[in-house]
Ligand binder design. Structure first.
Ligand SMILES: Cc1cc2nc3c(=O)[nH]c(=O)nc-3n(C[C@H](O)[C@H](O)[C@H](O)COP(=O)(O)O)c2cc1C
Length: 225
């Protein structure tokens, strides 16, 4: 591209430069255990009207050949072990990657609060009973949607999806109990590390990382921003 050619996208990117805040993450605030800190930050994000979908997290997987990322919703946090539960299709691309390699990362992008949390973890599937309980709590249309969608599979067009929705809606009419599909359920991510990032002035951000030690306690390090 010649230097004088209009380049509105890169002009806009160059203009994006925010100065981050005064309120930091000290060792005293972080404490010795990441679980209460994470629970606090999640609650603060959920209560902040500028944060859209505070429980949305970017889940990255590695299947041995490729890394892939996508957003899923955190549906449960276990404040004793730090387990992060999400629900999905067990035949989806992400589930296949997790079957071959159960290590993952979860990233919470709370930009409106100048915060980010990155978790690394190992997953396990939740019990079928736990998936049934969560599935039963979903709206009927979401339950039918789970039956209708072979998530991550190529489909010829949208009409195919809508036809399948109508077929399952006829099989399980609104108001009836919709069973949990065999290929749908939860995963629980059991964290090895948590990294808390708080934006600060002059790009001197605070980064505090916790790593799980074999005896179940946590070590804490401060990282350069
Ligand atoms: C805000 C948001 C929340 C989402 N939540 C979920 C979720 O909880 N479970 C899920 O399977 N997909 C969810 N998705 C869709 C996924 O990002 C993704 O498209 C889908 O799971 C297929 O991913 P895969 O082909 O990599 O397996 C969400 C997408 C967005 C943007």
């Amino acid at each position: 591209m010649s230097p004088s050619a209009p380049d509105p996208i890169n002009d806009a990117i160059r203009a994006m430069r925010r100065s981050y805040g005064e309120v930091g993450l000290t060792e005293g605030l972080a404490g010795a255990n990441p679980l209460p800190l994470f629970a606090n930050w999640l609650a603060e994000a959920a209560g902040n009207s500028y944060v859209v979908e505070a429980n949305a997290m970017v889940l990255s997987t590695f299947d041995g050949a490729r890394i892939s990322s996508r957003t899923v919703l955190l549906k449960g946090f276990d404040s004793l072990e730090g387990g992060c539960t999400f629900f999905t299709n067990y035949r989806s691309a992400k589930a296949q990657a997790l079957d071959s390699n159960p290590e993952l990362s979860l990233l919470f992008p709370w930009y409106a609060m100048e915060r980010q949390v990155i978790i690394t973890a190992r997953v396990e599937k939740v019990s079928r009973g736990e998936s049934e309980e969560y599935f039963a709590s979903r709206p009927w249309s979401s339950q039918i949607g789970a039956w209708a969608s072979d998530q991550s599979m190529e489909i010829p067009d949208r009409a195919v999806l809508e036809k399948r929705f109508q077929e399952f809606a006829a099989r399980y009419p609104e108001g009836s109990a919709v069973p949990l599909p065999d290929n749908w359920g939860g995963f629980r991510a059991l964290p090895h590390t948590f990294e808390f990032w708080q934006g600060r002035y002059s790009r001197l951000h605070d980064r505090i990382r916790f790593a799980k030690v074999s005896d179940g306690t946590w070590s804490r390090q401060r990282l350069a921003p």
